[in-house]
Every structure is written in structure tokens, then in C-alpha cells.
Design a protein around this ligand. Structure first.
Ligand SMILES: Cc1cc2nc3c(=O)[nH]c(=O)nc-3n(C[C@H](O)[C@H](O)[C@H](O)COP(=O)(O)OP(=O)(O)OC[C@H]3O[C@@H](n4cnc5c(N)ncnc54)[C@H](O)[C@@H]3O)c2cc1C
Length: 420
């Protein structure tokens, strides 16, 4: 009888969850499931609940990722990997899948590992969380912005913008990257790591890419240098109207989030369009074409696997006229062409928007959180979950998994009346 042992039969814990997003709902639900007698209230500042879940994944909600090995999983988190290692051994994507299945939602896996509801509709996830919270008797208030938190012995006083006050034993702070949430964290004397955006596209103003929007190359190898730091990534690349996007760029934006912010979103990107071949092998392919299709125009015969329009741009960049024939490709042409193919340099001029997923890095300093219970080390009874903490993942469902896992861990501890 785990629940009885944990709680004691007569204990009634009052829990206030601040934030009606993914982490807040998950924490409230998991706590109610583990401790049925707990009295749980969710306070959400905005008029709507689960807003980000609704708009996530282009309206399909990329719930999690089919990565079931905690060691591999933590590798997808530019910030928070070490702290999440133990957390994922207790609650990981497999548990998320099982939970949703047990609550009537089936998930499917796409070729790249991202998991979505089989309905391809985020409303399925929203409806499931709302229904479950309702069935468990969780009180949910919208338009309930929390402005002040005061620790008392025991418990807390929660003050709302409306002037209303609430008393509770424990708090789950799940305010995402909202500045109001950070303010509450600071009120309680908690250190914060400054927040900066992650998961964005690169703005570029490069003639080689203009007019190529929609072209995708997979894989490419990218090297980003920003603020004297270097980041490498290999994967699919997408040319957009404003610059570059695609998984490889988004991952770079996550790993390089702080360096790029520091450099005011300026940096140098080196692109190897043909990472599956060594430099010498590419050279041999070009020299072979010179022999085999000597009479053809270089522009009309691309001996490597690249979209024709991109090939044309790279030829222009290497100063090779369109009508030049392969037979006339000189040594002087070969070097710049090889450079364009394998190590062309592009200047990043700014940060673009990736509308399918966006996250903020920074937040509550992980050193101040006990990751077994998600409880604050400096303010007993205060727990954290989701994006408010200094954890963020690359794109692909990892950010919601952080919310599910940290909220679940907090939930297992929050129904207990005595502070640990
Ligand atoms: C466009 C978009 C698409 C995304 N798609 C995906 C995806 O497909 N997969 C994925 O893994 N991740 C995705 N993400 C990231 C993911 O949505 C977040 O990591 C996740 O929602 C974080 O959950 P959370 O509950 O911690 O915070 P939030 O979802 O931000 O919820 C916090 C809530 O707290 C409320 N709040 C804040 N302060 C107060 C206060 N003082 N009083 C009361 N309430 C307050 C806010 O109004 C908000 O509703 C996406 C993000 C965006 C913006």
C-alpha cells in the first residue's frame, strides 16, 4: 500500500501549482494519482490553459521522442544533461507513452524519432490532460496571476493580482519562461541563470542562398563559430527565404544559444555540403568528370549529389562561368570550387524564428534543486518543474519530456506533508 505508507491516512496536503502549462498539469495530475487525498489547485495567469501544448509541434504536439536509453537521452539537452541522468532513470519517454496509453491516447513515432498523438492533433493531448485533472478533482483557476509568495512556518502564502490570498503547504512553480515566474523565484531568494532564447533559425544575407528557399540537403556538416566558441553539427539543412533552418541549424542554435546571444547573433557558419565524402574523394569526383564528360558544360553536369540550382550558385561563387566545359576546368578553378563544396563560409546576421518549437535556456539554478524531489534547497516546500528550471533540449519532443519528467518527480514528493 504505497500511497498509505507515504502519506499516512489522515494527512491532507494543500498544494498550489503555479502555471497551467504542461509541467503544471502533469505535476498536479501525477500528485493526485499518487496521493488521492491531496488538495490541489492550479493557478494560471492567462485566460487559457495549456497554451503551448496547443500550438506545439505545428499544432500536432511533439509529445516526446522515441529515445528510451537515459544515457542517449541526456545527450539531447544542451543544458541540464547531468541533472537529468538520474531523473530519466525514474521517468522517461517510455513512461510518458505508457501514461498516455493508459489515459486513452495513443502515440506514434515518425522516422526521425519524434512522437505525436495518432490523431496528429494537439487538442487530443490538451483534452486528455484537462479531462484527467477534472476527474481527479483538481481545482483549476484561470486569470489567476500570482504576484507574491511568502514563506511561512509552515507553508506559504500565495498572493494573487486580484488581491486574494491563499495558504498552502507546498508549491509547484511551473511558470515556464514567463518573467512573472522568475520574479517569484527571486522573491524567495533563489539564484537564477539569465535566460536567453534557444531553437531559432539563422538569418543570412548571402547571394549563394538567395532564391533557393525550399531546397533541402541531407546531410550537411556545419561548423559554427560565435563568441570564440566552436560548435559542430551534422544533419538535414533547409534553405529559407531569410537564411537557413532545418534540424542541423536548430540543433546548432540550441548548443550555441549562449555564445550566439553573447555575439548578438553574429557568427560564421562553415558548410560542408558533401560530408559523406572526404575532401580528396570529392576532388577525385571532379577530376573524373573532367575526363568522362569533358565536352559538357560544367553547369549542366553536377558530378556530386547536390540540387542543380545550388550547384549553379556554388559555381558562380567559385567564379566559374556557366558555359565553361569540364575539359577547361583549370587547377585555378578546382581549388575554389572544392572550397565552396566542402568549406564555404557564410555570415550569420541575425536570429530568425522557428515556429514549430521554441524554448528558453536559463532559469532556476540546478545546483539549488534536489533532483530526487525537485524541491528547492534554499526554500523547503517549494518545488520546480518544466521550463522554469535551467534545462532545455534540442527540438524533437525533448522539452516536453523535461516537463513530464521533472513534474512527475516533484509529484512523487509533493503529497507528503513534512518537508524533506
Ligand atoms: C511554438 C512552440 C512550439 C513548441 N513545440 C514543442 C514540441 O512540439 N515539443 C516539445 O517538446 N516542446 C515544444 N515546445 C516547448 C514546450 O512547449 C515547452 O518547453 C513547455 O511548454 C514548457 O512547459 P511549462 O509547463 O514548463 O511552461 P509553459 O507551457 O510556458 O507554462 C507556464 C504557464 O505558467 C503561467 N504563468 C507564468 N507566470 C505565472 C504566474 N505568476 N501566475 C500564474 N500563472 C503563471 C503561464 O501563463 C503559462 O501558462 C514548443 C514551444 C513553443 C513556443
Amino acid at each position: 500500500m504505497g500511497d498509505q505508507d507515504k502519506n499516512g491516512p489522515l494527512t491532507v496536503v494543500k498544494l498550489v501549482v503555479i502555471g497551467g502549462g504542461a509541467a503544471g498539469f502533469w505535476g498536479a495530475i501525477a500528485c493526485a494519482e499518487a496521493y488521492p487525498q491531496a488538495r490541489i489547485t492550479i493557478l494560471e495567469a492567462s485566460p487559457q490553459l495549456l497554451t503551448k501544448v496547443r500550438i506545439s509541434g505545428g499544432g500536432r504536439c511533439n509529445v516526446t521522442h522515441a529515445c528510451f536509453e537515459p544515457t542517449a537521452l541526456v545527450g539531447q539537452y544542451p543544458r541540464g544533461a547531468k541533472a537529468l541522468r538520474g531523473a530519466f532513470s525514474r521517468f522517461q519517454p517510455q513512461d510518458t507513452v505508457r501514461w498516455f496509453q493508459a489515459h486513452g491516447v495513443r502515440l506514434k513515432t515518425e522516422a526521425d524519432g519524434r512522437m505525436f498523438p495518432t490523431t496528429d492533433d494537439s487538442e487530443t493531448i490538451v483534452a486528455c490532460l484537462m479531462r484527467t485533472a477534472n476527474q481527479l478533482g483538481i481545482q483549476v483557476h484561470t486569470g489567476a496571476s500570482v504576484t507574491h509568495l511568502t514563506q511561512q512556518e509552515p507553508g506559504f502564502t500565495v498572493q494573487l493580482k486580484s488581491g486574494e490570498m491563499l495558504k498552502c503547504d507546498r508549491i509547484l512553480l511551473a511558470t515556464g519562461s514567463h518573467p512573472l515566474g522568475y520574479r517569484l523565484v527571486q522573491q524567495l531568494g533563489h539564484p537564477l541563470i539569465p535566460s536567453v532564447p534557444s531553437l531559432f533559425t539563422f538569418k543570412m544575407n548571402d547571394l549563394r542562398l538567395q532564391g533557393l528557399a525550399g531546397i533541402a540537403v541531407d546531410p550537411v556538416q556545419l561548423r559554427l563559430v560565435a563568441d570564440d566558441e566552436t560548435f559542430d553539427q551534422t544533419g538535414p539543412l533547409l534553405v529559407t527565404h531569410w537564411g537557413l533552418s532545418g534540424p542541423a541549424v536548430l540543433k546548432l542554435s540550441a548548443w550555441g544559444a549562449r555564445a550566439l546571444h553573447q555575439a548578438r547573433y553574429r557568427g560564421t557558419l562553415t558548410i560542408n555540403w558533401l560530408p559523406e565524402h572526404a575532401y580528396d574523394a570529392v576532388r577525385q569526383q571532379l577530376l573524373a568528370a573532367k575526363m568522362e564528360v569533358a565536352k559538357r558544360a560544367i553547369a549542366n553536369h553536377c558530378p556530386v549529389n547536390l540540387p542543380q540550382r545550388l550547384w549553379h550558385r556554388l559555381l558562380t561563387a567559385a567564379d566559374i562561368p556557366r558555359d565553361k566545359r569540364w575539359a577547361d576546368l583549370s587547377k585555378k578553378n578546382l581549388t575554389p570550387l572544392l572550397r565552396e563544396l566542402t568549406q564555404g563560409q557564410y555570415e550569420i546576421t541575425g536570429k530568425g524564428v522557428f515556429k514549430d518549437e521554441f524554448v528558453t535556456c536559463g532559469g532556476v539554478d540546478l545546483n539549488q534543486i534536489n533532483f530526487k524531489t525537485m524541491e528547492s534547497r534554499c526554500c523547503p516546500g517549494l518545488h520546480f518543474a518544466g521550463e522554469v528550471i535551467d534545462v532545455d533540449g534540442i527540438t524533437g519532443g525533448f522539452n516536453f519530456q523535461n516537463a513530464w519528467t521533472t513534474a512527475w518527480l516533484a509529484a512523487q514528493a509533493m503529497g507528503q506533508s513534512h518537508h524533506t
